[in-house]
Design a protein around this ligand. Structure first.
Ligand code: HEM
Length: 152
């Protein structure tokens, strides 16, 4: 038979609490790493909205690109872009637009167009003071969309 004195019981209980606390801390550090998503690094909703506005202003000033948007409802397009950037960067949003293939089919977008648009996005990210590592992380998510956007 094993007797546990009251003192030992308190020590055992507090040791158990300490282990639970450490477990919780480990779990929480996991939570913190997870919540520090690319979306948050971009400034969440306000940040992504400001990046989108800078991006749209940059597009409008570029004659190579602006004509593509002559028939576009810019208000709706802005909303779709914000949702799209949110989803791509891991934010908890719903993208209500079409796929990248469907929304660009028949627009005859060339590599030069694509590079120019990406250049305007990079400028917008710089204008909103997004650090280079975050800029590159976003561009790495967008780069594979090239196939769906160009030459069809
Ligand atoms: C990584 C690059 C790009 C991304 C992430 C992107 C994203 C988007 C998104 C989210 C939409 C909205 C789709 C919808 O409303 O269902 C869209 C539409 C459109 N995009 Fe892009 N796009 C990219 C490159 C380009 C390029 C290079 C051009 C041409 C210069 C272009 C021209 C357009 C046009 C004309 C529309 C249709 C707008 C309308 O509804 O009238 N996009 N794009």
């Amino acid at each position: 038979m094993v007797f546990i004195s009251r003192g030992n019981l308190i020590m055992l209980t507090s040791r158990f609490s300490l282990i639970s606390l450490l477990g919780l801390l480990l779990l929480c550090s996991g939570c913190a790493a997870k919540s520090d998503s690319l979306y948050q690094q971009l400034g969440s909703h306000n940040g992504v909205s400001q990046i989108t506005d800078s991006f749209l202003q940059n597009l409008a000033k570029d004659p190579l690109i602006a004509h593509h948007f002559e028939q576009t409802d810019i208000h709706v397009f802005r909303q779709r872009l914000i949702e799209h950037l949110c989803v791509v960067s891991g934010g908890d949003c719903v993208y209500k637009g079409e796929s990248m293939f469907d929304s660009h089919v028949g627009l005859h977008i060339s590599q030069a167009d694509f590079d120019a648009v990406v250049g305007h996005l990079i400028d917008a990210l710089k204008q909103q003071h997004i650090p280079i590592a975050t800029r590159n992380a976003l561009l790495a998510k967008l780069a594979p969309m090239y196939q769906d956007i160009t030459y069809h």
